[in-house]
Design a protein around this ligand. Structure first.
Ligand SMILES: Nc1ncnc2c1ncn2[C@@H]1O[C@H](COP(=O)(O)OP(=O)(O)O)[C@@H](O)[C@H]1O
Ligand SMILES: [Mg+2]
Length: 378
């Protein structure tokens, strides 16, 4: 029998829970051509939500095509352009001839070489002459718009891990180039999402940045305990096991409602369950989860400075007034001017997530590991 929980893959169909309002909002944006920026820490469900919205929209309307680009491994402007062109062509064309035709029509100056596999249109790749590329790159930025107009369709271009483009050399000029073409498009809208909150905020909410006021900004929340309980209970029941409300809630609480970890901890607990899930099985599962990652957690911690580790200690001990003299002295944090630096560095590493006055650990299992194993050591 296959196991009932999904993690590390997109959560779709019956694995997708909650998010009714987010889904509606995103579907509406896709249908009405509104640009969207979607922000949340990693593994909270951005990619799943966007994929789900794309499925809903494309099932409702055959005149809308959604194209996906993952900027995670994209390291340069040129690489981004290449992936953009390839993905736009693949998602809008059914046949190789169609791709060749679009290139003839809309990439006249760039005229990339095309290689493809005869078996699958998904294997198309383009070869550019980078020497003369830059003066004609608007052909790529406008490619989706031109294809959409020609075909009488609407296209939604989704770019995952969009904050990566902020790391390119000359990132600002690049963002300006994108924005200046993209904002003219009538038939294409953009869904740009990413997990480094402060970088995404920088790109989209600073008045001096090219993508300022680009579109609707959505902050994805975690999934509430009240939604997890019936979800977990149903998954157990469907596979002939049982879990009571209290235990289902306990799973969600241990990992602070973090979507990926709720699914993973549910899975581990499910595997340990014969009949009805016991609290002890959940505790055991949580411990095994911490141990499974302990080498990784140790490496992360070793890569931090003493002051950063001390700062995490203060956070874990529930200290709220981090800049107070008492906390600064007790945890050896230096002067209060250090605190802003420390926060920024740890947020950069995606170890903490700062929302207004709140500071949270992005990884609840790391937090629990620090608490139980790291800071308790003699
Ligand atoms: N709507 C959802 N319902 C249930 N589980 C979800 C949902 N969204 C995400 N998850 C869980 O979180 C994991 C990470 O989701 P993903 O969409 O890849 O997040 P992100 O793109 O933000 O990193 C999934 O593999 C799944 O276990
Ligand atoms: Mg993702």
């Amino acid at each position: 029998m296959s196991t009932p929980f999904v993690f590390g893959k997109l959560a779709l169909k019956s694995n997708f829970t909650d998010r009714e309002n987010d889904l509606l909002r995103l579907v509406n944006n896709f249908e009405s051509g509104v640009n969207t920026t979607l922000i949340s820490p990693r593994r909270w469900g951005k990619s799943s939500l966007v994929e789900k919205a794309a499925q809903v929209v494309q099932a409702q309307n055959s005149k809308i095509k959604v194209c996906f680009i993952d900027a995670f491994d994209v390291r340069s402007e040129h690489h981004f352009y290449q992936v953009l062109a390839e993905e736009v062509l693949k998602s809008t064309s059914g046949k190789f001839e169609e791709i060749a035709d679009y290139i003839q029509k809309f990439m006249k100056k760039l005229l990339p070489k095309v290689s493809f596999s005869p078996d699958s249109i998904q294997e198309v790749s383009l070869g550019f002459d980078w020497g003369s590329f830059d003066k004609n790159n608007s052909e790529i930025l406008d490619l989706a718009e031109n294809i959409a107009a020609e075909k009488g369709i609407k296209i939604v271009v989704c770019v995952d891990e969009f904050q990566n483009i902020a790391g390119f050399t000359d990132a600002l000029a690049f963002q300006k180039a994108l924005r200046s073409r993209w904002q003219k498009h009538q038939n294409v809208s953009y869904c740009l999402y990413g997990s480094k909150r402060h970088m995404m905020m920088d790109i989209f909410t600073s008045a001096s940045m090219p993508f300022y006021k680009f579109g609707d900004i959505m902050f994805l929340e975690k999934i509430a305990e009240g939604k997890w309980i019936p979800f977990i209970q149903t998954k157990f029941e469907e596979t002939g096991k049982k879990i009571n409300e209290k235990e289902a809630a306990y799973i969600a609480q241990l990992v602070e409602n973090h979507p990926y970890y709720v699914q993973q901890l549910s899975q581990l607990s499910w595997l340990r369950t014969i009949g009805t899930c016991k609290r002890a099985s959940i505790d055991e599962s949580f411990d095994s989860l911490m141990l499974q990652f302990s080498l990784l957690f140790q490496n992360i911690t070793d890569s931090l400075s003493y002051t950063q580790i001390n700062f995490m200690h203060a956070l874990i001990s529930g200290k709220e007034k981090l800049s107070s003299k008492e906390v600064l002295d007790k945890y050896n944090l230096g002067s209060s001017a250090n605190i802003a630096q420390l926060k920024k560095a740890l947020a950069n590493r995606e170890i903490i997530d700062i929302v207004g006055p709140q500071i949270e650990f992005t990884d609840p299992v790391y937090k629990a590991w620090l608490q139980k194993y790291y800071f308790r050591r003699p």
